[in-house]
Design a protein around this ligand. Structure first.
Ligand code: ADP
Length: 656
């Protein structure tokens, strides 16, 4: 009790004494004993009660218990009342303070609040929603996060039916069974299930994991079913993706036929990562060729095919396949709405078909092999609840990467097989080619040997012997030239063609080659016409160029019919020396005109011997000079081979 406007202590019990740090109080003013109370605002409260005569009720009023020898200063909380003390006349004379320590109460309540807050934070962090179902009334109480799992707004009152409806139809029966079981005492009340939810508005499908427990009363009646729910879409997807990648990798490793492989990848992709999957590869002609297609059901597949038939390339254009090929970048269209369909459609019929297809979203992935786009993998989602999300992109890109590696392996394997086939074919051609002159040589040698053995050599007419020797010499030349071709091939394949370039006159060079072959042409009744005057000089390797010219002339004689002319022209066009050799033979079909310049490639009957190497060697030599060789387009009868050479080729000096 304090009295007077100066608040002089009249009474202080032991607890109050302790609060004052055991200071002497009675007879002294509050100011004197505890000056700190002025700053704490306590004196102001006393003054207020003293002046107004109104009692003041304090709740959980913080007070600092001063430090003593055996304990530090301590915050405590007090509940109490400051009661005015009135005189007989009713005027306020002092203040009576009753207070009790409620620190333990305050602290324990704070601890509970703290624990609740931590639980809430943990649930927030883990995005755990909670539900509380009353099996007797059927009412469900659930928090905002649990509602969110089902796509329900925060303010609607939730019923069990609403929750069930939001669950994906495929999972409803399973969930119903799990709930029924959890509500039955024999299950121990345990509820633990993962299922898909499309949400109240039928949005994107997501996976949830629900855990709960049912409480039963003494008569085994379920009275409360409570639990938690959590979105596990990301984990689920990660697992699915891992599994899918493992499957894809197995399939990709299984076959070395790239068409089979791609077909299987497309089949695997549906329904795992797409509702429809189309794989297109780029052909050597630069066109796209569809090699695989898979769809969720036959109807959609047929529809896709029908759209392609009726509106070829419309889908490809709409999706931007060309752009993917051009940029090598994936193209992601998360949402295809009605507006977009309208833009895609060529006409009403097309729009109708697109609507029926139910396109939702697409991802187009480039199949990249050795930095080159070799095809496009299109993934299409067609169900209203399924859409591609940004986080799936990385995963499907990985799928595309693996597919591309597999295609490359398969193609390399196919090429290797083809190369082995060509090599075998070449070996049989080569041995046949080498055998022909060898047989003829052996025959001549054995005839000559017989003449020697029977002593008839001296009596054999000289011209007959000379004829035999000429045959032998020709066959030996043929053998030598075949060997030379083979050696050239092996040298050029190992990039060892060395050019000895010097100032060379093409006109003179062609003239000499024609002269060297005049006799052979004569025998075949072929006349060479040469249209070349003056000089065309350049920095070339004359021996190698001679090889090119001779080769082309030999072919003209070999493939051109007897008695028809072969016209040879040399001229200069835009600083390039041009050589044309035109025969009146069977010509070369359009589709063979590129191929015949490849190794071992032939377009003639096997009866006309040859290794299929001459034009390849010629091309290598011409290209080493920075020039080109080709069969001229659209000429009349016969073939016209053209060689175009820059006068000098600074970048390629002496090696290819
Ligand atoms: P080879 O003559 O040994 O077969 P080449 O590389 O010289 O090899 O020629 C490749 C193919 O090109 C020949 O097999 C033939 O089919 C075709 N070819 C070359 N020159 C002519 C030509 N003047 N007329 C018709 N076909 C030709």
């Amino acid at each position: 009790i304090v009295r007077g406007p100066e608040f002089r202590y009249e009474l202080s019990n032991p607890l109050n004494q302790r609060l004052a740090g055991d200071r002497e109080m009675v007879g002294k003013t509050v100011q004197e004993v505890m000056p700190e109370l002025e700053a704490a605002g306590t004196v102001a409260l006393l003054r207020q009660v003293f002046e107004t005569g109104e009692p003041y009720v304090a709740r959980e009023y913080p007070v600092t218990m001063p430090a003593t020898l055996d304990r530090p200063a301590q915050p405590i909380f007090m509940n109490g009342v400051l009661q005015p003390l009135r005189s007989g006349t009713g005027s306020v004379e002092g203040v009576m303070v009753f207070a009790y320590d409620v620190t333990d109460l305050v602290l324990s309540r704070d601890r509970v609040k703290d624990a609740e807050e931590r639980t809430r934070l943990a649930m927030d962090a883990a995005s755990i929603g909670t539900f509380d179902f009353d099996p007797q009334t059927g009412s469900v109480r659930c928090d905002e996060r649990y509602r969110a799992l089902f796509g329900l707004a925060g303010d609607v009152s939730v019923t069990a039916d609403m929750l069930m409806e939001a669950i994906s139809p495929e999972d409803q029966t399973r969930v119903q069974a799990a709930v029924t079981s959890a509500l039955h005492p024999s299950s121990g009340g345990v509820f633990d299930i993962a299922y898909r939810i499309r949400g109240a508005a039928g949005g994107i499908e997501r996976w949830s994991h629900m855990r709960g427990r049912t409480y039963f009363d003494d008569s085994q009646k379920p009275v409360r079913f409570v639990g938690t729910g959590i979105d596990i879409t990301a984990q689920r997807r990660a697992l699915d993706q891992l599994r899918f990648l493992a499957e894809v990798s197995t399939v990709l490793a299984e076959s070395l036929d790239h068409r089979t492989t791609l077909h299987q990848v497309a089949q695997l992709a549906v329904p795992e990562v797409a509702d429809a999957c189309v794989v297109e590869l780029i052909t050597p002609q630069g066109l796209t060729e569809r090699v695989a297609i898979a769809a969720l059901d036959l109807e959609k597949k047929e529809l896709l095919e029908a759209i392609r038939r009726r509106y070829p390339s419309a889908l490809k254009e709409a999706f931007g396949v060309a752009r993917v090929i051009e940029t090598g970048q994936a193209r992601f269209t998360p949402e295809i709405g009605e507006e977009m369909l309208k833009r895609m459609a060529r006409d009403e019929g097309h729009l109708e078909m697109l609507r029926k297809l139910g396109l939702r979203s697409t991802i187009l992935l480039p199949l990249v092999s050795r930095r080159r786009v070799i095809g496009v993998l299109s993934l299409i989602r067609m169900n209203s609840w399924a859409r591609y999300t940004e986080d799936e992109l990385e995963f499907v890109e990985e799928v595309a990467r693996r597919a591309a590696v597999a295609i490359e392996n398969a193609q390399l394997y196919e090429q290797a097989i083809e190369a082995v086939g060509i090599r075998d074919q070449f070996l049989s051609i080569a041995s046949h080619e080498l055998k022909t002159p060898l047989t003829s040589l052996t025959l001549q040698i054995s005839t000559l040997s017989r003449l020697v053995a029977t002593d008839k050599l001296s009596t054999t007419p000289k011209d007959k012997l000379a004829h035999r020797l000429a045959i032998m010499s020709k066959q030996a030349d043929r053998l030598a030239s075949l060997m030379e071709e083979l050696l050239d091939v092996s040298r050029m394949s190992r990039s060892e063609l060395v050019l000895n370039v010097r100032q060379t006159d093409l006109v003179a060079l062609v003239g000499e080659a024609l002269a060297a072959m005049a006799e052979e042409a004569d025998r075949r009744g072929v006349t060479f016409g040469f249209d070349g005057t003056g000089k065309i000089e350049g920095l070339w390797d004359p021996d190698r160029l001679n090889q090119v010219v001779t080769n082309l002339l030999e072919n003209a004689l070999k493939y051109g019919p007897a008695g028809k002319p072969v016209i040879v022209k040399t001229h200069l066009v835009n600083d390039r020396a041009i050589l044309r050799i035109q025969d009146e033979g069977p010509g070369i079909a359009l589709e063979d005109r590129k191929r015949i310049f490849e190794q071992f490639e032939r377009a003639a009957s096997p009866n006309l011997g040859g290794l299929g190497l001459g034009l390849w060697i010629a091309r290598k030599i011409v290209e080493a000079h920075g020039g080109e060789i080709y069969v001229e387009e659209g000429m009349g009868a016969g073939s016209c081979f053209v060689v175009a050479l820059p006068l000098h080729h600074p970048t390629k000096n002496d090696r290819i």
